[in-house]
Design a protein around this ligand. Sequence first.
Ligand code: FEO
Length: 394
Amino acid sequence: MKPREIKPDVLWAGAIDWDRRLFDSLIPLPDGTSYNSYLIKGSQKTALIDTVDPSVQDVLINHLDELGIDTLDYVIANHAEQDHSGAIPRVLQKHPEAQVIATPRCKDMLIDLLMIPEEKFITVNDGETISLGNRTLEFIHAPWVHWPETMLTYLREDKILFPCDLFGSHLATTDLYVSDEGQVYEAAKRYYAEIMMPFRTNIQKHLGKIKDYAIDIIAPSHGPMYDKPEFILKAYREWVFDQPKNIVVLPYISMHGSTRQMVAHLVEALVQRGVTVKQFDLSVTDIGKLAIELVDAATVVIGTPTVLTGPHPNVVYAASLANALKPKIKFVSIIGSYGWGGKAVEQLAGMIPNLKVEILEPVLCKGAPKQAEFEALDNLANTIDEKHKENNFV
Ligand code: FEO
């Protein structure tokens, strides 16, 4: 897609990656993604905010040529991860006059990752500005979204915030701005769940820091821009601040049907008590969907058969992911069937040290579930319902 004007002399100059289906060799991208680079032509200086993934660096270079950029003064590196920084060496090759503006920590990382020469950098402190003539860029340090070196850039005269990954969404679209709010809400929530959730206390502080800025447009480096910034700011406030909701997430695996019967019984018992349940068969689920539901859930119940004395490997993967993502869940329990013994509960409990949760009494069953296990599952549903009500999770 050709460069597109946002405001006079402020342009989107990125690349849409319609076909990418995996990020970090881990995260599913059902809707592709974009790497948004922005060009700002001031009356005296020209700056490029973030670049693109190296796989599409020629797209960015062609944009700069098409726009007739003879002199590029600054490349602003809000974030050192290569999907935004990876084309900087190519841009510097094309424009050796340009200097890279970054936080001190970002500079070190770009030297490590991309071997950019040290003399190419100008480092900026929190709140520092540079003038492009008739336009001013202000740099807001915002570490840990989601790496330690990150900053946001604010274009004062046009009231545009360029937050790089923060507020982004993995979504390939021809829309410059959000048009389908439902679609973008889900994509942004998925992005938050997979990338930002482990850092939500840092993000709480950053939301406070930008609270008093006048912002007309938020221009992230993935997905469409927000010309109604309150849409994404409100969503982030709910995701990072609010207490969990009256929701149980139930990821499970069943090999011969016994654990599935237990899951079905517990889901029904919870629903009868007014608890919302999000059930995921881990043998087929999109792990990003599971991550989305972890954003708001109060309780996770893991369903697993015992395999070779421990939990099923797919369950181990899901537990490890939940532990890394650090959702705001408060309670965890484990249900499942075993053939002759094992340590599934002990092993799973040891895999989630990051989750500051109360473990509710597990329900394990030798072989197929019988009356005693169904009653135990009803008791677990009672306990979950009571805990949610005591804590006013609605
Ligand atoms: Fe989009 Fe952290 O890179």
